[in-house]
Design a protein around this ligand. Sequence first.
Ligand code: MN
Length: 417
Amino acid sequence: MYRLYTHNDLDGVSCGILGRLAFGREIDIRYNSVQGLDLQIARVLERDLSEDELWITDLSVNKENEARLDAFYQNQGKITLLDHHKTALHFNDYKWGQITVEYEDGRLAAATSLYYEHLLERGFIKRSDAVDEFVELVRQWDTWEWDKNQTMDAKRLNDLFFMLSIDEFEERMVKRLQENEHFAFDEFEQKLLEMEETKIERYIRRKRRELVQTFIGDYCVGIVHAESYHSELGNDLGKDSPHLDYIAILNVGSKKMSFRTIHDDIDVSDIAGYYGGGGHAKAAGSTLTEEAYDSFVAKPFTIEPLRLDAFRNHYNLKHSKNGSLYINHEDHHFFIYPVDEEEWVLEQNDEQIQTFGSFEEAERELKRNHLAWLARDERYVQFIAQNVIRRKQLNAYANSLTFIRDNTSDTEQTFPH
Ligand SMILES: [Mn+2]
């Protein structure tokens, strides 16, 4: 018997699909959550597995199972653990561990692409264009390379995965890959996907209005509570607010949290690791511990959500050489304007607080530390008008000084109060 223990996400289940393609009914496939795997592994290792071959893909095991698996391997047991998570790299110390995070050409690895190559090498599966294409979509989805390459079918594949049960998805995909030369969605799936895309867009718009911002440790964090679409949320909210170091997505019901970042200099697997979880540099997760609950749920509870930058403006625009006006919850106003290309001034309530090398840096500082948003045109026009009036008053004032000076014969100046 062949046995596969794999993750219950798209990457993990696609390993199952490959296993089914290779071995049909000769393979026993178990889809597990990160938390559920260890119990399953402990249980199966109690059985007589002398005739069996085992794979664990897209997941790793705890210390006890690590020792058990090594003993099993030393005892002529056939086991391979294939994973692509950085947090699993220490399994490479074992002959039965094969962890690849990145290929030599710079592409990131996924469990599905690693298992496909493993099965090809062992001669268990036949290469085909359809399977190549399917594996590549899964790889791009799981490594988030689809976003950079705009491989929308990779995202659609994951959407479809979430719309169907695991069994139904597995069955559909196995049939598709066996019968077709190339991988494609059928008409029914395309219709479903269109509806789903509209639904996700609406969900993200609603969640954006619930996003709160705070500092936790050294990081400026965006926090949102959500049960679904964590990847899309993390990505869209992160891009919408690049001043945030990462986005924390909380599910108090399931006591889980996900971390996502769009920044290359931030590694959210460190943050997840701190709370006992793990993952990748750009996407990681952990359980919502009591400590995490305090930092991410209790303390930020009274913070008002981040307001959206005005998006229908014609005058008050970012990067404007005439200046951009921002306001915050305390009704302070902030003005960013260029002195020249390399010097941007940030003013708070008409007083300069700092200068920056670019508009982005000034806005980042403003958004991180003053929680301000781009004001609407009406407010901008009012602000500019007041400034014109103020300037006129200043000019009149300066003129009056000149007038006074011109009318005094001595050099002493009289200042009106
Ligand atoms: Mn994976």
